[in-house]
Design a protein around this ligand. Sequence first.
Ligand SMILES: [Zn+2]
Length: 70
Amino acid sequence: MNKDKTHAEESKWRCRRCHLDLVVGPVSVAYMGSRFTTDLPHCPSCGMVFVSEEVALGKMADVERILEDK
Ligand SMILES: [Zn+2]
């Protein structure tokens, strides 16, 4: 088990443009020619989706599995 330091930073993300706390909720994402909805942190004002590398890798792994199942 390898717990890295990024874990503690996940609780408070903030939009750099609006200086608002990001909210986690369903957002539409396009990936590999497919469009799907998943829960990701995003800015309630400008809608910028924040995807950390860690989250992106996990989500994309999920998506690839979903796509392969079809
Ligand atoms: Zn914003």
